[in-house]
Design a protein. Sequence first.
Length: 291
Amino acid sequence: MERIGFIGLGTMGAAMAANLARAGASPLVWNRTPGRAAAVLELGAQEAESPAAVTAGSDIVVVCVSDTPDVDAVLFGRDGIQQEAHPGLLVLDCSTISPQATREFGARLAGSGIAMVDAPVSGGSEGARLATLTMFVGGESADVARAMPVLQAMGRTITHLGPLGSGQAAKAVNQVIICGAYLGVAEGIVLGMRAGLNPEQLVAALSGGAAQSWTLANRSARMIEDEYPLGFRLALHRKDLGIALEMARDLGLDLPLAGLTAALEDGLLAEGHGDEDMSVLARAVGRSDRR
């Protein structure tokens, strides 16, 4: 495996970098907030003092940060990746950001001789920890082939969907679809509990029929208990929905379910639930009869 750098050790990034270390990559890592690297350092990673320092010691640099401005800063800011551009460098962006911004970033990097692949992920913190992530990939075929060993150390379902930006567009579609999954399960669970049904029996019954889904299996218990430990942060899903809704507007589409979910999430964010798992949508549904 080539020399690997990893920038961004949040909930997802730290687990992904750890899986690279377990695969023998010994990644060179950096995180904006100090103190997040300890676990991956114990697995053989090394810590750098800046994104530029990561780049200087790497052939492929993985980026996993929160939003479009964060990627911009890592790539082009002070001590950013572009400052240590060298021939043959490949940037593999696993952040979830705007498809249009991704294409613009790729064009700017190409001017410095840097290739870029976008590979946003789905699967939550569980998938990141277990290396079972779904990865939506965009980029030139040769660059994607080069990135594949890195992707395979972090994910399970890896699909090259087209040119740069295609991965981000597919991730936007994913985030729209899970709106329906989470909101549908939330409404059903709340309805069943209000009707006096035993929720555990209800979930078992539903799991044998057409209502069965990953969300029902993995998030219904949180909705029943009204406790939402972190899996996928509500604030990040709302950010992703903003990307999807902007993409839809540019294409002349109306996404009513995504719009409704965005409004519900805005209310939950205003109440301070942004750092909870997005299954906290059930809390908004559960009080809907008191509006």
